[in-house]
Structures are given as C-alpha cells and as structure tokens.
Design a protein. Sequence first.
Length: 289
Amino acid sequence: MNTSLIFFGLIFWIAAWAFNAWLTKQKFANTTLARAANLAVPALFGITLLVLWECLTRGFNVPHVLLPPPSMIWARLITSLPILWADVQQTFFKAVLAGYVMGCGLGFLAAILIDRSPFLERGFLPLGNFVSALPIVGVAPIMVMWFGFDWQSKAAVVVIMTFFPMLINTLAGLKASSSIERDLMHTYAADWRNTLLKMRLPAAWPFIFNALKINSTLAMIGAIVAEFFGTPIVGMGFRISTEVGRMNIDMVWAEIAVAALVGSLFYGLVAFFERRVTFWHPSVRGGQA
C-alpha cells in the first residue's frame, strides 16, 4: 500500500472541493468570467474524481481486473483508436442515429394523430404504454431474429425505446396552451391546421426537446445492450461483452469512456438546437421576462 499516494489524493480532493465551493458562490460582473467559472466547476469536479481514482487504485494496489487506474485506461484508449472508431461507426452512426430518427419521428406523428382523433387516444395510447414496458433484454433477441445481426436489429430496439417518450411528451406539449390562447385563435377563425402550426406546436417545442434529450441517452443504451445478443464483430456492445470475457477490463473501460463521450456530445447537440429553437422560453432566457 502506497500511503503517500492515498494522502495526496485526499488532500487534492479536499482542496478542489473547497475551491469549487468558493467558485460557485462568486458573482462575476463580467460575462466572460461568469461563463468560465460555470465551465470550470464541472471540469474541476471531473479532474478531482480522476485524480482520486488514480491515487486510490494505485495506493491500495487494487487489481486491474477489478478497477484499472485512469492512466491505464487512457493508454489503452490511445492505442486502440482505430478499433474504437469502428465501434462508434457501427453503433452510433448506424444503429443509434437511424433508430433515433425513426423512433422520435414516429412518436411525433403518432402524437399528432392521437391529438386529432380521440378514438386513437383511447385505443393507441394504451398500446404505446404496453410497448414501452417491454424489457429490452427480451426484445433485443427477437429483433435480432427478425432483422438480422447487423445494425438494423439494433435500430429497431432503439425505435421501441424512443417512441413512447416522444409520444407522451408531444401530447403533453400540445395540451400546454391555455384556453385563452385557443379562444383567441378561434376568434381569428383559425382552423385546426393553423392553430397547430402557429400556436400549439410552438408551445410544445420545450416538451418535444425534452423527449429528444431523454431519447439521446436511451438510444445509446438500447443500441449497446442490443449488441450483446448478436452483432457482427464490431460495435460498442460487442466489444464490451467480448473484452469482459477476455478479462481485458482496461479495454472495457475505454469503450465505456468513448460511449459516454459520444452520448454527451449527442445530448449537447440536441440541447444546442433546443436553445436556438426555444429562445423565447423562460428556461432558456434565464427566467427573465
């Protein structure tokens, strides 16, 4: 046991915690400094976790098969970039994006139809709820048998996982407009189409983007888990399951880190478009009138 490494990790953690606590309490008049502080807080928190992780695993001589240190994971990641990039292409650019677009698109269209027809709301909505409750570990093997071992079966799993959140959030958003607003459109002799496009759909955008952000993470999880049940010799889920069997835990953690990075970038991209589309919403304007 290396006590000096453990002691250094604890001291670094305490110092970083105190500095972060001080930084969050500061009120910067300069906008640039305020943004820099907002970025520095999560960055310092992440660095602190990595330093503490490194010091504790090496200080206590934790077996690498249980938990490798971040430096070992980084070394594996750097030396395995071609493999990791091929996995990202198979899982994200093929299965996740295709399933995400189809699942969210079908959920949005179904919500429009249900909003238009009360009959569909009573008949189709319970069916959508039933599909969303299906366990992914039971659905994934069936999709593999139906659509084959390539990315199409994983995209089908993603469609199932992303359909219902989009359906529910879109329906909630379409009902978010007040009765006064609907009466105002009625006084303008606006039909259902104009009311939908000019009032109800803009009011529903925050709900729709909420579903898009939720689905950005669900899609990654669904595609990776689906690859455990059959896939070509490439893909994030395939790599994780294979390397666990070979006891190459550093490669498993490298794959997890890449999946987390890709998922975070995907979420950030959706959040970026949300701020551009819903710039008028109080949550985007910081609550200012």
